[in-house]
Design a protein around this ligand. Structure first.
Ligand SMILES: [Zn+2]
Length: 460
């Protein structure tokens, strides 16, 4: 045996892991109802410890030294506001200067000689992929958080589930697989997306084995329902899914499957970190594993509760690659800490509301692609799918919004006019609209494969 090699049972003390990060159902009987003092005491202790280990990583040490921020000066959680934040641009820069892994990783592949390790990567559809190493401990906690989210969504031990997320370099499917296999005791059929296992086949498998859930994007689930109907299978009475474990607009999903659809939030560097409760007053954050702050997308300054801004996250659960004040540039807002109708004191955040780095200044007016999408969705005969491009025309920046309709071509001009009129009225600036057929935007939006559909491309 290689010197130092540790087997899974040696690398992680599973009893300690469960004590610190309870999996479901225990989590929803214990830490979920912790009083505020206990939540914050635990957070501060874990944060202080994490700051010291993150300081050993060159990327953080350099940035913190430059900003004269000392990780030993964390006396309250509010002190975290003084630590420098970073964005995806800093990660890209780190990879460019320290190929191929960057110097923001707390560990390198060498570490895998000592313990089982995994690498997760961003989808990498635009620009280079961003790798994140997970030690075995980090993988286990990530998997427990995943299990918590799916338990909250209604998935239960002993369930047979289809995992229709894409098993590829985008690691969402593997994360869900590990979480539900290891910590929720589900039996997983690894179908992957409709391009890997035909949707008709997926429906047959779900019926044959009595699947309680099909894990996929909301858009794929809606597509699956359409295909089911064309096969004479009723999505509500025949498929009988017990849980809608998905991401997407809850309205159409609930109408289609006759089940409540709760929202969740996460990203590849950290996994799933928040999930909605049945009271539906926001997504409860797993505060034993992360601290969420909301910052101004332009200045990085703190924003008050209730105000929409960029999610800035600090994980307090890992042993390998740190994320310490990582400004993810996803848009959300925080609710004040108060007891929810479900009984939990865990802070709640709003669902993902778009990307903070997609804002375009158009003739002095700040425009978000998501705001354009909201307007487009109100246009009669327009479907909810859309895509926005920023282009340069002569000396002016312009936005072109594409909207989908299943109406015939004769209706395109009327839909276009109505959409342009509404955009001008609501946003106060002229935006060009083009009307396209269903499917025309799928390549751009990655709607069937990505947990967060793309809505914007800067072509200037
Ligand atoms: Zn609640």
């Amino acid at each position: 045996m290689a010197v130092g090699l540790r087997r899974p049972s040696q690398a992680v003390d599973l009893n300690e892991l469960i004590r610190l990060f309870p999996p479901p159902p225990e989590y929803f009987e214990t830490a979920y109802f912790a009083p505020p003092e206990e939540i914050e005491r635990k957070q501060l202790a874990r944060l202080r410890e994490r700051a010291l280990t993150a300081y050993q990583v060159p990327f953080f040490r350099r940035r913190w030294d430059d900003a004269h921020w000392n990780p030993r000066e964390l006396h309250s959680i509010d002190d975290l506001w003084r630590a420098p934040q970073y964005t995806i641009d800093d990660i890209r820069d780190s990879i460019e200067k320290n190929p191929p892994w960057g110097d923001y990783q707390g560990v390198t592949p060498e570490r895998a000689r000592l313990e089982p390790m995994r690498i997760f990567m961003s989808g990498g559809t635009t620009g280079a992929s961003r790798p994140t190493f997970y030690t075995q401990w980090d993988r286990e906690v990530h998997a427990i958080l995943t299990a918590r989210v799916h338990f909250a969504m209604g998935v239960r031990p002993g369930d047979v589930v289809l995992n229709s997320w894409l098993y590829g370099t985008h690691n969402g499917a593997f994360g869900i697989d590990e979480g539900l296999y290891r910590w929720l005791n589900c039996v997983i059929l690894t179908t992957s997306t409709g391009t890997v296992t035909a949707t008709e086949k997926q429906i047959e498998l779900a019926l044959q084995y009595g699947a309680s859930s099909v894990l996929a994007t909301g858009d794929y689930l809606l597509r699956l329902a359409d295909v089911a109907r064309s096969m004479g299978v009723d999505p509500i009475n025949d498929l009988k899914l017990k849980a809608l474990a998905t991401i997407g607009d809850p309205g159409p999903l609930e109408a289609t499957f006759g089940r409540q659809s709760l929202q969740a939030y996460g990203f590849h560097e950290l996994g799933w970190i928040a999930v909605e409760c049945p009271a539906r007053q926001g997504l409860h954050i797993f505060e034993d594993a992360v601290i969420i702050q909301i910052v101004d997308p332009d200045t990085g300054e703190a924003l008050p509760d209730g105000e929409l801004g960029s999610v800035c996250v600090t994980e307090i659960y890992k042993t390998g690659s740190p994320q310490f004040r990582y400004n993810v540039q996803d848009l959300s807002f925080l609710h004040p800490r108060e007891q929810c109708a479900c009984g939990s004191w865990l802070r709640r955040m709003a669902p993902f509301a778009g990307r903070g780095d997609n804002m375009v200044k158009l003739r002095g007016i700040n425009v978000w692609p998501e705001a354009i999408g909201d307007v487009l969705r109100s246009v009669p005969d327009a479907s909810k799918d859309y895509f926005v491009r920023a282009v340069r025309k002569g000396s002016r920046d312009e936005l072109v919004a594409s909207v989908v309709t299943d109406k015939s071509q004769d209706h395109f001009a009327a839909i276009q006019q109505e959409a342009e009129r509404r955009l001008r009225d609501r946003l106060g600036v002229a935006i060009t609209v083009e009307v396209v057929k269903p499917g025309a935007l799928d390549q751009l939006t990655e709607i069937a494969t990505s947990p967060k559909p793309k809505r914007f491309r800067d072509e200037r």
